[in-house]
Ligand binder design. Structure first.
Ligand code: C5P
Length: 299
């Protein structure tokens, strides 16, 4: 830190995977975006973003999914950097060059918000590095993508609008999960287009969800409206759901527009055992046991 408090050294941010526990599509906007209501949690599994001052801007990728990173998501981190720099420049302030390293552990374009989480992590890290506390990150995040604002926090949240209006849920518990991606890509716009009914009922009230079993009871009353259309485009998703059910998941469902699915388990040991079983059955799939952040642990 300098004497004025600016961070001059390395800033590391965890970009947590976003899991849509439930997602109801309630309408369609005239611009083609969809109204939705979704209950989201964030997990210990995620990417890691490291940023430090440098002589010139750079973005270096590492990690198991770095070679698969699409141009689009790659650009989302750079775009986050450029948006925050422009916002500072509009206030007559400079934002010196930075070296960004993205350690990519989440599968790409897979319904768990990897690119959105990376963009949100970049905004948070650069806000610290550039002392940009006065800049409204949510407005910048909204411009980067519908899911980026929710990824600015790790709170369990209820999101509405097109996903950009978020409300933290109080007292929500941690959940033991297994994430399974069968290695197929489904394009988000194609899944929304394939959804036949777009005026589905909203989510029931989320009040009183304080234990994992109350969450599971709640989830049984809800849906992911995108699951069926996604399976229509990529039948492998059904194989992932079957593998989760066969591993004694208490509940399983697809996240977001897919193809990643999640299972919920009674404790971390059962989640780890299920992950090992599924990975043995399907060695080429992404399979990860993890835990979601409870409200208390949220940043
Ligand atoms: O905002 P983002 O770039 O993440 O959205 C990707 C695409 O997903 C949009 O272009 C749109 O086709 C679709 N989408 C949607 N309704 C939402 C969010 C995304 O139709 N609420």
């Amino acid at each position: 830190m300098t004497r004025d408090g600016a961070v001059t050294s390395l800033v590391t941010q965890h970009a947590a995977a976003k899991i849509n526990l439930a997602l109801h599509v309630t309408g369609r906007r005239s611009d083609g975006y969809h109204w939705l209501e979704t209950l989201v949690v964030f997990t210990e599994a995620g990417d890691t973003l490291t940023i430090e001052p440098a002589a010139s801007d750079s973005l270096v990728l590492s990690g198991p999914f770095s070679d698969k990173l699409s141009h689009h998501e790659n650009n989302l981190v750079s775009r986050a950097r450029d948006r925050l720099r422009s916002a500072l420049a509009a206030n007559g302030r400079s934002a010196p060059p930075v070296a960004i390293q993205l350690d990519k552990h989440l599968p790409i374009a897979s319904g768990i918000g990897g690119g959105s989480a990376d963009a949100a992590a970049a905004l948070r890290a650069l806000q610290a590095l550039w002392r940009a506390e006065d800049i409204d990150l949510r407005a910048l995040a909204r411009d980067l993508g519908a899911d980026v604002p929710m990824c600015l926090s790790r709170h369990p949240q209820l999101a509405s609008g097109i996903g950009e209006q978020t409300k933290a849920i109080e007292g929500f518990p941690a959940l033991d999960l297994v994430l399974v991606n069968p290695g197929v890509h489904v394009a988000t716009p194609a899944v929304f287009t394939a959804l036949s009914r777009k005026d589905n009922p909203p989510l029931p009230s989320v009040s009183g969800l304080s234990t994992p079993s109350s969450v599971i009871d709640y989830l049984r009353e809800t849906r992911n409206d995108l699951q069926l259309p996604a399976i229509g485009l990529a039948p492998e998703i059904e194989q992932a759901l079957k593998a989760l059910a066969a591993s004694d998941a208490l509940f399983s469902r697809m996240s977001g527009s897919g193809a990643t699915c999640f299972g919920l388990y009674a404790d971390p040991h059962q989640a780890a055992r299920a992950a090992a079983q599924i990975a043995e059955h399907a060695p080429n799939w992404y399979v990860k046991a993890t835990r979601s952040f409870a409200t208390e642990n949220s940043r």
